[in-house]
Design a protein around this ligand. Structure first.
Ligand code: 5GP
Ligand code: MN
Length: 334
């Protein structure tokens, strides 16, 4: 398999297909895999979705999320599905490391053909035989739509498929505030023609915090935020103790990093958290500042120019020092 037309012919026969989304799956990882599953299933394929870790609860309104398999909690079942699969489609990530142990298991099945659909910078070499990698795209969901269209199946896109695709577009663009371009709005126009309940989705995505999440946000802004005016930067840090005290779970801190960019003069934002075994960073920036470069050079990570992440094996304090060092070294542009 070398091209999308090979993929299209491959799909003429009913197949067992596993779709993968990245660790800490977000709206785009779940929206893109669910959207593609809803396209493939009526064509006669048996489709499973595997992600390494738990889904955030705001996505529970999408039907079918309960069938998403989580490698952390169901490793054996995931391995059985992966072993039986005829095809792997890797979605919304660019290196196997991003799917943790599932990625290690993928590597033990080299004969299963792999397709990548993704919009992150610098995909890992040899990650797949067919690669749809468009860093200029808003989201993987946008690429799922254009890929279906390229394969000649635009007429098979139903409102049921359009809905999860719009979810990823809305979450990855912050409700059309960044990562937008004319092509995206053309795709969105077509999805609206298919049928999308935009108001329902906006509410489900942006106005559906729990009381606890809003209080965690309040704590971050009131007590854990620091501004570094000389570098036009800001950071928020959370300790293990904060996690215990506020009973913070995966997904509860989603989007907090973006609040720093609401401050006039802050162009680079970091959210640094103490996790059980690592210190995790979320980085955001405005304009030409490339947090992708910072994440790759200092924190074993990557992502997009204006939204990246990474991690460190040293503690919170020394990771914060490293972040300051990175700022001192000069703000990366790109
Ligand atoms: P977030 O800060 O929301 O976790 O992630 C922002 C972006 O950076 C996402 O596109 C995500 O895929 C990427 N990213 C986050 N953490 C990592 C990481 O540890 N390694 C790499 N390569 N990318 C990451
Ligand atoms: Mn994405």
């Amino acid at each position: 398999m070398q091209s999308l037309s090979d993929l299209r012919s491959f799909l003429d026969t009913p197949r067992k297909i596993v779709l993968f989304g990245h660790r800490n799956p977000d709206g785009d990882a779940i929206g893109s895999t669910l959207g593609l599953k809803r396209y493939l299933t009526p064509l006669g394929h048996e489709v499973k979705i595997i992600v390494p870790s738990e889904l955030p609860s705001f996505l529970n309104f999408l039907d079918g999320v309960e069938d998403v398999m989580v490698f952390d909690t169901d490793a054996e079942e995931c391995k059985t599905s992966m072993t039986a699969a005829d095809l792997f489609i890797l979605m919304d990530f660019n290196s196997l490391e991003r799917i943790d142990k599932a990625g290690e298991f993928v590597a033990t099945l080299p004969d299963t053909p792999r397709v990548l659909i993704d919009h992150h910078l610098e995909p890992e070499e040899n990650i797949a035989q067919v690669i749809v990698s468009e860093p200029s795209a808003s989201s993987t969901c946008e690429l799922v739509y254009t890929t279906i269209k390229t394969m000649g199946d635009a007429d098979k896109v139903t409102p049921h498929i359009a809905e999860p695709l719009m979810v990823g577009i809305l979450t990855d663009t912050g409700g059309f505030s960044y990562a937008t371009n004319a092509q995206l709005f053309r795709v969105v126009g077509e999805l609206f023609e298919v049928g999308v309940d935009n108001e329902k989705l906006q509410t489900a995505i942006f106005n559906s915090m729990t009381e606890k999440q809003l209080r965690i946000l309040g704590h971050c802004l009131a007590n854990r935020m620091e501004i570094i005016p000389e570098h036009n930067a800001g950071l928020i840090t959370l300790t293990k103790r904060d996690y215990e005290q506020f009973d913070i779970r995966r997904g509860d801190t989603e989007g907090i990093v973006n609040y720093l960019l609401r401050i006039q003069g802050v162009d680079l934002a970091a959210f640094i958290t103490e996790q059980p075994n690592i210190t995790k960073l979320s980085l955001r920036s405005r304009g030409d500042i490339s947090v992708q470069k910072m994440a790759a050079e200092y924190f074993k990570g990557g992502g997009h120019k204006n939204a990246s992440g990474g991690y460190s094996h040293s503690g919170l304090r020394s990771t914060v020092s490293r972040f300051r060092e990175a700022l001192e070294a000069g703000i990366p542009v790109g």
